[in-house]
Ligand binder design. Structure first.
Ligand SMILES: CC(C)(COP(=O)(O)OP(=O)(O)OC[C@H]1O[C@@H](n2cnc3c(N)ncnc32)[C@H](O)[C@@H]1OP(=O)(O)O)[C@@H](O)C(=O)NCCC(=O)NCCS
Length: 147
């Protein structure tokens, strides 16, 4: 079953939040997600059998794309959907004039890091205490891909 990609709309918010809350231990709030759509960030959903199972959001700043969110519902992970969404969002960033994509990832998120490295991202830095955590804040690795 392939992932059907289309732009995210405000009407998708509840469905996207179901994926978001299932996918992350510390998910975005609905208002943050809504803000991204309202701000006109490039936001996409991926549907399987017409149900939203994945989303991704990039913010373009001049010639740099910042990958703000990439998520696949846990029940649908490991089927190539994350890779398909990431490849799509990389193409979009190119279309929108970006020359580089930047993202932050938890060093503990080994699956995501493997995916990013597989598509050519490289680690360029560390942001100390970037992420909230249950007990203490966690660093972020900053990864970059030239487009
Ligand atoms: C990271 C995430 C988007 C990957 O999505 P996915 O659909 O499971 O990934 P895919 O099936 O497309 O995997 C593609 C490649 O990524 C790597 N990968 C993804 N998840 C992995 C895991 N749990 N363990 C090891 N490698 C993994 C593998 O290299 C895989 O290729 P392979 O199957 O040929 O070995 C998904 O796990 C997710 O949404 N996680 C929760 C949210 C999150 O952490 N997002 C990233 C924030 S920076």
């Amino acid at each position: 079953m392939s992932l059907a990609l289309r732009p995210m709309e405000l009407a998708d918010l509840d469905d996207v939040m179901q994926v978001e809350t299932a996918g992350y231990s510390i998910p975005w709030s609905a208002s943050v997600m809504k803000g991204c759509i309202r701000m006109g960030y490039d936001a996409w959903v991926g549907q399987v059998d017409e149900v939203i199972r994945s989303h991704a959001i990039i913010q373009i700043m001049v010639d740099e794309a910042h990958l703000l969110n990439l998520c696949v519902h846990p029940a649908f992970q490991g089927r190539g959907y994350g890779k398909a969404m990431l490849e799509h969002i990389i193409e979009r960033a190119q279309e929108l004039g970006a020359h580089r994509m930047i993202l932050e990832v938890r060093p503990s998120n080994k699956g995501a890091i493997k995916l990013y490295y597989a598509l050519g991202f490289e680690r360029i830095g560390v942001r100390k205490g970037y992420y909230p955590g249950p007990e203490q804040r966690e660093d972020a690795w900053v990864l970059s891909l030239y487009l």
